[in-house]
Design a protein around this ligand. Structure first.
Ligand code: CS2
Length: 519
């Protein structure tokens, strides 16, 4: 058998000429030259399945050629090595099932990514591209931990990577003997340094579009950037700060699409459809949503023509998504893994966990949002549970369980706080937090196995969490409430909350694992 060719523009042309499978969508921008208008920090699977798709569709609708994306990887060169030989071209395999085990599949090719850099080797080019006047947007998906925030939301100045980046920033601000090739050590450090670079290079306005699941993400990162510049011991810090205040916009956004890790089975399906290999393939559910605060410092792609919502106030969408979708997702991930479920779809189909998910949403998450979201919360809940049940997508509990110390405060602790303030004890939210505690204990003591494979704790605070969780289940809630560093003082000191979490740990511990022949 002749080996399949690798996807790139030329291969695509010849595949189109010989007739493609109707399930393959050819990108409208593939044969167009696009200028780099967007630099994206953190070009992982989520960006490729979300913002890059909206940007592709917007360019298709308008014919505007200003919005090519220059992606920047984080810790490894792998995405660069996947995409550059393909001229940036890749596919999004959209998979869904009809609930009766029949999967349907579409391969959506995307042509908006035009360049990729790996900062360890390419920082000078990243800085120069962000400083270019043709670049109007820097967007980010660097995960919650990429922002290096302390528990109070401000910069974690004790973080050695951030301390290093502040030193580089001082040189950048003052224009003194910097080496543009020296990589930054944190994503937020790279962002602030690039802003200083742009300011020195001509100070054109810029919009920073944060696409991570943080609360009030744009304004929070704006405050973080201001605090970092203010903390920087450079003579001209205050001038840079004035420019950022007046010329750099940080709109808030709500991003939503479920994007599991790509597997070899997905690759084989895509190869069969396309007739070529695609090292940059990503997988996603059909659903995608992007709500963006309409507050830009300069031009932007017509994302609204690609299905995005541009609005004055993102807060209700963001809160609803973080609390109903992400909060429930995390609960299903922790409790699901403890019950032995590899996939989120199996967890939500487990009647015991389905009841826990419904209780979390109905008793705590939904009431915590108040009556004025303007969103049909019951319809939203039903659609979220249906999306989680998509078995074709293969989203694992362990993937969602990652980085709980960063995710919990945003997804679950706000619910608990608001319910307590309204005079209700949030038992269902306490059970979700209890599931995380039991997961931390099992994963950090080496006793957690999911789908026959051992699972270790994947969290930037793993060492501290492991120490706090070590010991018997009795007292686990108190140990983590007191010394995990995850719970703000007002919650840790609330006796109603403490009692509810203790009860949650006992209850969840009693659930046990499903037998392999079970659900
Ligand atoms: C998930 C999210 O991994 C996780 O923590 O909850 O990535 C989720 O799939 C997305 O936010 C959906 O938009």
């Amino acid at each position: 058998m002749t080996p399949l060719p690798r996807l790139d523009r030329r291969t695509l042309d010849s595949l189109v000429a010989s007739g493609l499978d109707p399930a393959v969508r050819v990108p409208a921008t593939a044969s167009r030259d696009l200028a780099t208008g967007i630099v994206h920090l953190g070009i992982g699977a989520f960006h490729r399945a979300h913002q890059a798709v909206f940007t592709e569709r917007a360019a298709a609708a308008t014919g505007d050629d200003r919005w090519g994306i220059h992606g920047v990887t984080q810790r490894s060169a792998s995405v660069r090595d996947q995409l550059l030989p393909q001229g940036g071209l890749y596919g999004v395999l959209e998979v869904s099932d009809d609930g009766r085990g029949r999967a349907s599949t579409v391969l959506d090719l995307v042509g908006s990514v035009r360049d990729v850099s790996y900062p360890a080797e390419d920082t000078a080019r990243v800085l120069a591209t962000i400083a270019a006047p043709t670049t109007h947007i820097v967007s980010l998906t660097v995960t919650e931990k990429g922002y290096r925030r302390a528990a109070d939301g401000g910069p974690d100045l004790a973080d050695p990577a951030l301390a290093f980046d502040l030193g580089v920033l001082a040189h950048e601000i003052d224009g003194s003997a910097t080496d543009d090739r020296e990589p930054s050590r944190s994503a937020i450090g790279l962002l602030v340094r690039a802003l200083a670079h742009r300011w020195r290079a001509g100070a054109e306005p810029l919009s920073v579009v944060v696409c991570d699941n943080l609360l009030d993400n744009g304004p929070q990162v704006e405050a973080l950037v201001h605090a970092l510049v203010a903390a920087c011991p450079a003579a001209a810090s205050s001038e840079l700060l004035d420019w950022i205040r007046s010329s750099v916009a940080f709109p808030a956004t709500m991003v939503d699409r479920i994007v599991p890790a790509t597997t070899d089975a997905h690759r084989r399906v895509a190869e069969r459809l396309l007739g070529a290999t695609d090292a940059g393939l990503v997988v996603a559910e059909p659903f995608r949503q992007w709500v963006i605060q309409d507050r830009f410092a300069g031009p932007r792609p017509a994302w609204e023509l690609a299905g995005a919502t541009l609005t004055a106030d993102v807060t209700p969408y963001e809160q609803t998504k973080l609390r109903l979708l992400n909060g429930t997702h995390s609960m299903l991930a922790y409790a699901g893994a403890l019950r032995g479920h590899t996939m989120i779809a199996d967890a939500v189909a487990d009647p015991v966990l389905h009841d826990l998910a419904r209780a979390l949403i109905d008793e705590d998450s939904m009431p915590s949002l108040g009556p004025d979201t303007g969103i049909d919360l019951e319809a939203y809940r039903d659609s979220v549970l249906e999306r989680f049940a998509n078995a074709a997508i293969g989203h694992t509990t362990v993937q969602v369980a990652m980085d709980g110390s960063q995710k919990l405060p945003i997804r679950l602790l706000g619910i608990a706080r608001d319910r307590l303030a309204a005079g209700h004890v949030p038992h269902a939210a306490a059970r979700a937090v209890a599931a995380w505690m039991l997961y931390v204990r099992a994963a950090s003591s080496g006793t957690l196995e999911v789908g026959g494979a051992p699972v270790a704790l994947d969290d930037p605070a793993a060492a501290r969490l492991g120490n706090a969780a070590a010991g018997s289940v009795d007292g686990l809630a108190d140990r983590l409430l007191d010394s995990s560093g995850v719970f703000p003082a007002d919650l840790a000191e609330d006796d109603r909350w403490r009692a509810a979490v203790r009860a949650g740990v006992t209850e969840l511990d009693g659930l046990g694992a499903v037998t392999p022949a079970g659900v």
